[in-house]
Design a protein around this ligand. Structure first.
Ligand code: DP6
Length: 325
């Protein structure tokens, strides 16, 4: 069987930073994100009864090392669920510009979860797909879901993402630096748990931020949504700055964009900055204001590559699942 699926990246408004269980990828806290409508990843999975190992191709090149191992470990989970021992050919392509901080594992493992489960004949509903994607990369649990998504903390059965209603928000992605990061978020999370004295405070305050975020979204209170988004992101970066040795992903240019966004607010635009495990900044704003935010940033940071994103679709099959030729 062969199946092809497509998924989009997501950016968290309330961040996932730290695992309670590394093997099951259970988060220390819940998180909340916006799935975007740009930079999709398309992944095909084709079963090959004659193959003696999985063959993994990423962006047209055969994957080796950790990248290939993560895909094979993920397929092992799918095979266990399906009661199969057949290997597969996986081919995945993402459209994010290199280093955009969006070529992340979220879209990749969400697309792989949908394609692999279909190819192996599993019939999984949204929560089951989200739980599966989570095993590949935590944030992938949220890219199964369109638009705003909450990923619940909890045990294996209950830790999945589902949609959350809210106002029509989008993001301007400011790509500032295309170099790959030197510390993976997986490693940086572990270091934060093990060595940052702020970690317990992060867990407590993020649980409170998430509860408050749900209220703010339900009320359509964009100012509160934005303030929580920006503050939660800076707290995450503060937790890792307090690790030993310290971890810092934000560059002077990133901080400059946070300052510019603050100036845009003073000028009357509802714009709020966030950043993941890298120097690039995502600016949250009401969908109607995104063009104005982009234009304002374009004149102030001409070196940045700016991409406007709206709320995007959840991961889904593209085309019919078919018997391999
Ligand atoms: C900073 O989902 O990439 O983007 O579960 O170890 O694969 P693993 O980590 P990953 O971490 C994402 C961290 C973040 C915050 C977020 O997306 O919530």
């Amino acid at each position: 069987m062969r199946a092809v699926a497509r998924a989009h990246p997501n950016i968290a408004l309330i961040k996932y930073w730290g695992k309670r269980d590394e093997a099951l990828v259970l988060p220390m806290t819940g998180s909340l994100s916006l799935t975007l409508d740009i930079f999709p990843t398309t992944t095909s999975v084709e079963l090959d009864a004659l193959a003696s190992a999985d063959i993994v191709e990423l962006g047209g090149e055969t994957a080796r090392g950790t990248a290939a191992e993560r895909v094979t470990a993920f397929l092992d989970i799918v095979r266990r669920l399906a009661g199969s021992s057949v290997h597969a050919r996986v081919s995945s392509r993402n459209t994010a510009p290199t280093g955009a901080g969006l070529a992340s594992s979220a879209a990749g493992f969400a697309a792989l979860a949908v394609a692999a489960s279909a190819a192996y004949g599993l019939d999984l509903d949204g929560p089951a797909l989200s739980r599966l994607a989570r095993r590949g990369s935590g944030s992938a649990a949220r890219s199964i879901v369109p638009g705003l998504a909450i990923w619940h903390e909890g045990d294996d059965e209950h830790s999945y993402a589902e949609p959350v209603p809210g106002p029509d928000l989008g993001m301007v992605i400011a790509t500032l630096d295309a170099r790959p990061k030197t510390v993976s978020s997986r490693v940086a999370m572990r270091a934060s748990i093990d060595t940052s004295p702020f970690f317990p405070g992060w867990v407590d305050s993020t649980r409170r931020d998430l509860a408050e975020m749900l209220q703010a979204l339900a009320a359509g209170d964009i100012e509160r949504v934005g303030a929580l988004t920006e503050s939660n992101a800076l707290r995450m970066h503060g937790v890792m700055a307090a690790a030993r040795p310290p971890i810092r992903y934000l560059s002077p240019q990133s901080v400059r964009v946070f300052d510019l966004v603050s100036e845009l607010r003073s000028a009357g635009l509802a714009a709020y900055a966030t950043a993941d495990a890298g120097p690039n900044v995502a600016v949250l704003a009401p969908a109607a204001d995104l063009a104005a935010v982009r234009d304002a940033l374009a004149s102030e940071v001409p070196a940045a590559q700016l991409s406007v994103a709206h709320a995007g679709p959840g991961a889904r099959l593209v085309g019919a699942t078919e018997a391999a030729s």
